[in-house]
Design a protein around this ligand. Sequence first.
Ligand code: SF4
Length: 198
Amino acid sequence: MLGLGEDLSAGANERQLWEHARALLPTRELQENMPRYTQGLMDIGATVCLPRNPSCLLCPVQPQCAAAKEGRPEAYPVKTRKLKRSAESLWLLHAQAGDGSVWLQKRPTPGVWAGLYCLPVFGSRDALEEMLPKTARRQLREVEPFVHVLTHKDLHLHPVQAVVPAEWSGAEGAWFASGEWPKLGLPAPVRKFLERSA
Ligand code: SF4
């Protein structure tokens, strides 16, 4: 943990935190290192570095942790204003080519799932359809929506499946074969969805 003392309720401080987070990302052998790094971070956050009761003695990054060095890890992160919970509906395009490859794009930073590979995300079903060639629009398949809970927001995710010609490049991103996408850093709900759909 960086031990940032600034109040993260302020947008400028949150942006500063994102800068630090970006600087810590792996820079080499990304195919292998990025999923390991993101999975490791999520595991530490879910099992070791709990906000009210961090288990610093068991933590693999304890030697590098500024908050633990200070001896008061529970003091971080600093946030004075309670974030209001909100909800958002998003449509996920699960585009597949004839050989089973899936179309993924890298999420912008900052934002939800920043820097991870993800199915293309749209704010509406119409916007999703617009990206597709007419032939694919006629054969869309709705998948049962599901909710993913973030710290301050409930995401209502509506996956839509489409078979798309391999030469399609309507959205930013690229095709990833069935042996490639599992090695990428993916948001947990997207990974689970793709594993269920494989
Ligand atoms: S050493 Fe403690 S405060 Fe630091 S990251 Fe690990 S669990 Fe969290």
